[in-house]
Ligand binder design. Structure first.
Ligand code: NAD
Length: 478
């Protein structure tokens, strides 16, 4: 059994950990590695290493920083398939989904290569008589990233390539469920010529997170995970004077109007709700059919029956993989059982016909859900879709706007006016029109609202550059 090392000061090290957590291959249900559950001592070592490296990295000329990023970009491309396979191994998504995970991360690395342009300041001569003004965007210091299990490559890469390109140094605390991809991403960054200590990786859970939030050497924290932890990290890190961006959970709607183009809509519903086994913060989890009656439900169930659930690690024909671990599977089975006990209609029951080995939950559709049900409001984070039948577009929007979350809402229609009204009136940060997963790629902010995001500046795009820099304004008279 291999033990997952930490990256401190450019060295891979095995700390004297008190306890270890399991890393699974979720397709098999087997433990493939052990991850050390670190604490304050390892966090402090990582922060000290990042602080030392900051002294020179923050002064490294932009072209030299970008040269390392270009080399890194090249190495990620060269190792694309190996990394994608590693994602499948520890996360269980399909190889194509893992490639998507990598591609989205790579696009952020591409964006980071343009830091010379995106982090430029402004200049205004004669602000007053004989006085010129300019601003510059300066790095902020040691930044930390805390990430979830569902995108082992993309979510860490939302953070560290941009932070490091801006001249900061970084401590990553990846999900203890998927530490292997994070380590390989870090290893390639070293191979690209990143100086020691600029990028550090510490493994563990709550203890590491709390130590990061309270450490005086850390300037900023980026968090992505469930809402309860996102709120906790935001509160704790703000209390310690840090800049924080903290993304939480979601409950996203897929709303289908009577005039929607049905074949394309069905495909989009399927991939949104069941892609990555429903473990995406942009997954559609509420299906609302306006004026569709039972027909839409039957078509969706038929399409779900055609989805090949299976061992994505060994069987390339599998279209949907397992959930991350036995705890996630058991939690989802309980939610389905609770819905059944409440008298909701199980149009398709994902507890049936699942492989014995591994952590599988089949695609599930719960019909006749009303907005007063718990299942309407709670994030399930698995392949379980709830169906509602609003009478009108207005009713559907009003139902959606009751939700505490604000990540994504999608409308399927051919009516431009309905689409415009939907985009204007729905209260959330990412809107899709005839798209199942309206995830903005690297150039635009990943702009969740409400309980899906705590903070001011989101990851990705220009907001990411603003988050990882602070402005200096210089007035000069000569
Ligand atoms: P999680 O909240 O359990 O874990 C996220 C991180 O927080 C991990 O690194 C974990 O070690 C740490 N953590 C867990 N419990 C903690 C605690 N009590 N105190 C301090 N730290 C703790 O999330 P997950 O299960 O890994 O990922 C799924 C969640 O992430 C879903 O809710 C999903 O919606 C969300 N997510 C959100 C986005 C977004 O952009 N909004 C993107 C991806 C995932």
């Amino acid at each position: 059994m291999s033990t997952v090392p930490l990256l401190l000061d450019g060295q891979w090290t095995h700390p004297p950990a008190q306890s270890f957590g399991p890393v699974h291959n979720p397709c098999k249900g087997e433990i493939i590695a052990e991850v050390p559950m670190c604490g304050g001592a390892e966090v402090d070592a990582a922060v000290q290493s990042a602080k030392r490296a900051y002294a020179s990295w923050s002064k490294t000329p932009v072209y030299d920083r970008v040269a390392v990023l270009f080399k890194y970009r090249h190495l990620l491309d060269e190792h694309f398939d190996e990394l994608s396979r590693l994602i499948v191994r520890e996360n269980g998504k399909t190889l194509e989904e893992a490639r998507g995970d990598m591609r989205r991360g790579l696009e952020v690395a591409d964006f980071a290569c343009s830091i010379g342009e995106t982090a430029k300041g402004e200049y205004l001569p004669e602000l007053a008589a004989g006085i010129d003004a300019h601003t510059s965007r300066e790095p902020i210091g040691v930044c930390a990233g805390i990430t979830p299990f569902n995108f082992p490559a993309m979510v860490p890469m939302w953070m560290y390539p941009v932070a490091i390109a801006c001249g900061n140094t970084f401590v990553l605390k990846p999900s203890e469920k998927v530490p292997l991809t994070a380590n390989r991403l870090a290893e390639l960054f070293l191979e690209a010529g990143l100086p020691e200590g600029v990028f550090n990786v510490v493994h563990g859970g709550r203890e590491v997170v709390d130590a990061l939030c309270g450490h005086p050497g850390i300037a900023a924290i980026s968090f992505v995970g469930s809402t309860g932890v996102a709120r906790h990290v935001y509160t704790e890190a703000c209390k310690h004077g840090k800049r924080v961006q903290s993304a939480g959970g979601a409950k996203n709607v897929l709303l289908v109007l009577p005039d929607a183009e049905l074949d394309a809509t069905l495909q989009a519903i399927l991939s949104s709700a069941f892609g990555c086994a429903g473990q995406r913060c942009m997954a559609g989890s509420l299906l609302m059919g306006v004026g569709h009656g039972d027909q839409l439900r039957e078509q969706v169930v038929e399409a779900m029956n055609g989805l090949a659930l299976g061992d994505t690690y060994d069987d390339p024909s599998a279209q949907m993989g397992p959930v991350i671990d036995d705890a996630a599977r058991d939690r989802l089975f309980t939610s389905i059982a609770d819905a059944e006990a409440e008298g909701l209609a199980l149009a398709r029951d994902g507890r049936e016909g699942v492989p014995d080995a591994g952590f599988f939950v089949g695609p599930t559709l719960i019909d006749q859900v009303e907005p007063d049900r718990d299942i309407f409001r709670e994030e399930l984070f698995g392949p379980v879709l709830s169906m509602l039948h609003p009478e009108t577009l207005d009713e559907a929007i009003a139902w959606f706007n009751q939700l505490p979350f604000g990540n994504a809402a999608t409308l399927f229609t051919q009516d431009g006016n309905a689409a415009r009204r939907f985009a204007r009136e729905v209260e959330c940060g990412m809107i899709g029109i005839n798209l199942g997963v309206p995830a903005p790629v690297a150039l635009f902010p990943f702009s969740g609202w409400d309980e899906s995001f705590f903070g001011d500046l989101h990851v990705q795009g220009q907001e990411g550059v603003m988050f990882y820099t602070r402005q200096k304004t210089v007035l000069s008279r000569w």
